[in-house]
Design a protein around this ligand. Structure first.
Ligand SMILES: [Zn+2]
Length: 304
């Protein structure tokens, strides 16, 4: 497999182009509704943000396969909807950053990177005779090269100068078609297969990056909040306040330590929200560290 910088979107012939407007409606229609079961049991039509925990593990695992394949974009001048995972390939992010700087206004992103867990939900919920929904691994939102935005017409001239193109017939959708990117779709499936195997050594599946009935069955039986053994167990991630909010067992452990040290954490819910951010900053201040709310090795060390 050639993983150099030569892959382009044009080569991805088997992409399924989905009607993004319709998909966004279902993402926005409801809150998370407290669901924490298996993917296959998720009630139809709730927000795809119910799989945020699992989605974060999948993105982290993809970055273990290809370091920095997907980078967060919540540090740009963007406004993100609840379910919008603003992850892009670095070259696509750079182009977006230039376009935003040139226009000088905030870009509203309704949908960005979509993990195969989110795609599995949309695929499970697809109607019998409505528009196509791609099976996981085949969506144009799975490679970190696509966004759905507001005011596309206004953005078009700025985006076009930096590698981003509107998709005809799909009003909110734009694709990055510039240089320096790779086709990540197989890696997204491989990442899931590796995570599954880490957690189910007795039900091993081939980590070949190919979508099939076995992989589909395993994904449907995966916990929406993420697997017990997370990819960051071996290589800790830097915890901080992001959009969407970071969640997982590492966040819960951090909250428990803060609570034990007397800082105001009402519930150790495993979600790094504004309250946790505030407590981390107070802790850092007390320890005479830079109070930036970013949990790096120094902060962790002093918390132990
Ligand atoms: Zn789209």
């Amino acid at each position: 497999m050639n993983n150099s910088n030569s892959d382009t979107l044009a080569q991805m012939n088997d992409l399924v182009i989905e009607p993004c407007l319709e998909i966004n409606e279902s993402e926005e229609s409801a809150a998370r509704a407290g669901f924490n079961g298996l993917l296959k049991d998720a009630p139809r039509g709730v927000s795809t943000s119910i799989v945020n925990g699992l989605s974060q593990q999948l993105i982290y695992q993809i970055n273990l396969i290809f370091p920095d394949a997907l980078v967060g974009c919540d540090d740009l001048n963007v406004d993100l909807a609840d379910a919008a995972f603003a992850f892009l390939q670095p070259a696509a992010k750079q182009g977006l950053q230039k376009a935003i700087q040139e226009r000088g206004v905030k870009l509203v992103v309704n949908s960005g990177y979509r993990t195969i867990a989110q795609q599995m939900l949309l695929y499970n919920w697809r109607g019998s005779n409505s528009n196509p929904v791609a099976p996981p691994g085949r969506s144009n939102h799975q490679s970190g090269l696509a966004l759905d935005i507001n005011d596309r017409a206004g953005w078009e001239p700025f985006l076009k100068r930096h590698g981003w193109q509107p998709l005809a017939g799909d009003p909110p959708h734009i694709d990055y078609r510039g240089a320096g990117v790779r086709d990540l779709r197989q890696a997204t499936i491989k990442a899931f297969q590796q995570l599954w195997n880490k957690n189910h050594p007795s039900e091993y599946i081939q980590d070949d990056g190919l979508w099939g009935a076995k992989t589909e069955s395993c994904l449907n039986r995966s916990p929406s909040t993420g697997f017990k053994k997370a990819p960051w167990d071996d290589k800790p991630r830097i915890l901080r306040l992001t959009r969407p909010l970071m969640e997982g067992s590492d966040v819960r452990k951090l909250q428990e330590k803060l609570k034990a040290a007397g800082f105001a954490i009402s519930v150790a819910d495993g979600v790094f929200g504004p309250g946790t951010d505030k407590a981390v900053k107070q802790f850092q201040q007390q320890k005479k560290l830079v109070a930036d709310g970013i949990v790096g090795s120094k902060t962790l060390e002093l918390m132990a």
